[in-house]
Structure formats: C-alpha cells, structure tokens
Ligand binder design. Structure first.
Ligand code: SAH
Length: 344
C-alpha cells in the first residue's frame, strides 16, 4: 500500500516502483484507491465534462506492416478504400451539426495522400470550421511534413508510441520501422506546437510488466497532452490471430495510473475498450478518462477500417453513435459537451 500512497503523493515513481505498483493491478483495494484519486483529479481539472472527438477514418491503405494491425500492408484479404476530400468535408458537416468541435483525421500511412493533398484538405476543413480543432493521426512523417500540416492549421496529432521498449517494439513491427523514429516524431510534433497524443496497447503480444513501466517512464518524460490506450485485440488475418486479447481490468487500472501520472491529460475511453466489454467506455470514464471518440466515418466504409476483430460501432450512423455515447456518459454520471476541449 505504501507504493500507492507514494504515487498519489508524488505523481511519479522509479522504474522499480512502477513495476511494484503494476504488480498490484489485480488487487481490488489498490485499483479502487487509484481510481478514486484519478476521479478526484479529473473532477478538479475538468469537472463532470467529457469531451467528444469526431473520428474520420479516411483511408485504410497503409504502407506499413505492423504485425498486430488488420489494415497492415500485407493483409490481402481486406478491401481498401480512401475517402475523397469532399467525402471528408461531408463527414465534418454532419459532425458539426451533431455538436462536434474536434475532428480527428485518422488513417493508414497512405502515400496517395501526399503532403500537398493533405494540406489542401486541412485548409479546407479549417476554413469551413474555424471554431473547430483538427487532430491528425497519420503515422510517421518527416518533420517538414508535420510543419506543413501545422502551418495549414492542424492543431493536434495522435501518434501512439505503441511500446516504449525497444526489444518489444521489434517483435511487434517489421525491421524497417523503429521506435527511435517514432519517439523522435513525437518530440518534433511537440516542438512544432501541436497538442500531442502518445499511447500504447495494453496486453499486446509479449508485453511484460517491465515494458509497461517503460511506457509510464516515457509518458512522464514526454508529458503529452493526450494519451490513448486500449486493449490489444487479435485480428484474424495477422500472425497474432490466436493470441489472447489484453485485459479490460488492466486497461482500467492503467487509465487511473495515467490520470495520476499526468493529471491534466486528455484521456479517451477507447473503442477497443468498448469492444471487449459492453460497458468498457463507461468504466473507462469512471477510472479517470475524459474523452470519447465516436465514429463520424462514412457508414459504407466503416467495416473496412478493420484494425482488430469485432470492432463496435461499424454499422451506426454518426448521429446514433453520438446519441448512444451521450447516454453512456450520462449513465456514468458525466456530461458530454460540445466544446473543442483543448489541453489545459
Ligand atoms: N497509421 C496511424 C493510425 C494507426 S491505427 C498511426 O500509425 O498512428 C490507430 C491505433 O490502433 C494504433 O496506434 C494502434 O495502437 C491501434 N491498433 C492497431 N491494431 C490494433 C489491435 N489489433 N488491437 C488494438 N489496437 C490496435
């Protein structure tokens, strides 16, 4: 219990201590204590507000081959799609009417979307919706490209580091990718003035407690404005098809830990959490999360953005997604708001 008190008091631990804390993740009294403190901090900074981000999954073409991901390059069994600029703007229009004030453009690393094309899309969205924040989640680019997107008006960037341990990173990604580059991208993005989001999968194949301690150390060092974590979920067309999914309980535990580690962080209760547990996102909010990301993508393409098996919300219209999430957030005792929800 000492370690819990210490963490609550100092918001930071040593590697050894993080490992000790993480080893208590199945102890209910510890997780209760952490979630109580997480909720207290979240209420202190954000009251009962939960922010929404309208997620637009605009392409599932990807030049990368991350071994866990359903849309990786070598998966020949999915049909690929990319939205046109007009379709993306239509998603924004629909989202704006529903009250969204942040749009997230997420996709595979699709070379068709050159810097020039992306800049044009970013400019068009920001011209049409100057009161909205625009978040990009397009993977690893050069510092120069990030600069162009920032100058075109992008406000935020999500790039999960996936795992902060080099050896673990190597087992999840092909040789041509590197953790060093991914981390470097995050530091570039921060230097360019983006609100930055890092994060990782919980329970990805081979992940150890030591790896998770490394993730926490990295997060504290980077101090991102946002942290996206969700359980790993196997995809049937990957080498990890037969692996076990990550644990909901451990994910909730880590949400509380991250809220305490970085008290002002914007922390989503993710779709992957909602996929493994029908009340996963409500539980996420009760563990310290304060963001939800309903799907705004074109319904005809939703099933194709197939990162993992049984992904939820692939059939509904955007309005249904928002309505459903709003009810879920209320049922957890919070309030879904129509605000940009910038980092404090
Ligand atoms: N190309 C972008 C977006 C990747 S998809 C990028 O590189 O950032 C968004 C996130 O989905 C990834 O960062 C990863 O953490 C998560 N993801 C991918 N496959 C998954 C799986 N099988 N289970 C759970 N999450 C997964």
């Amino acid at each position: 219990m000492d370690i819990v008190e210490k963490f609550i008091g100092t918001h930071e631990l040593t590697r050894k201590e993080y490992i000790e804390l993480l080893r208590c993740s199945s102890d209910c009294s510890v997780s209760e204590k952490l979630s109580e403190e997480a909720v207290r901090l979240r209420k202190h900074y954000y009251g009962d507000k939960v922010y929404t981000r309208g997620l637009i999954e605009f392409t599932n073409y990807c030049r990368n081959n991350c071994y866990y991901c359903g849309i990786r390059r070598d998966n020949k069994h999915i049909s690929r799609y990319r939205l046109t600029g007009q379709e993306i703007l239509d998603c924004c229009e629909n989202g704006y009417e529903l009250g969204f004030r942040t749009f997230v453009l997420q996709g595979g690393e699709d070379p068709w979307f050159t810097d020039d094309r992306l800049v044009e899309i970013i400019r068009a969205i920001k011209a049409e919706y100057p009161d909205c924040a625009l978040t990009l989640s397009l993977g690893e680019k050069s510092c120069e490209s990030y600069r162009k997107f920032r100058e075109a008006g992008a406000d935020r960037y999500l790039l999960r580091h996936e795992t902060a341990d080099d050896e673990h990173y190597r087992t999840l990604h092909p040789e041509e990718m590197s953790l060093r580059n991914r981390k470097q991208c995050l530091y570039y993005l921060k230097a360019l003035g983006y609100q930055v989001g890092a994060g990782f999968m919980v329970g990805s194949p081979g992940q150890t407690t030591e790896n998770l301690a490394e993730d926490l150390i990295f997060l504290k060092d980077l101090s991102p404005h946002m942290v996206g974590i969700g359980p790993f979920i196997p995809h049937h067309e990957t080498r990890y098809a037969k692996e076990r999914a990550g644990s909901v309980q451990l994910t909730l535990f880590l949400l509380s830990v991250i809220r305490i580690l970085l008290p002002k962080v914007l922390l989503p209760a993710t779709t992957a959490l909602g996929t493994l547990d029908p009340r996963g996102r409500e539980k996420g909010i009760q563990a310290g999360a304060n963001v939800v990301m309903p799907n705004l993508s074109t319904v005809k393409n939703r099933k194709q953005y197939d990162l993992y098996d049984n992904k939820i919300c692939t059939g509904e219209e955007a309005a249904e997604c928002r309505g459903c999430l709003s009810r879920r957030v209320e049922s957890a005792g919070y309030h879904l708001v129509n605000e940009r929800g910038d980092a404090l």
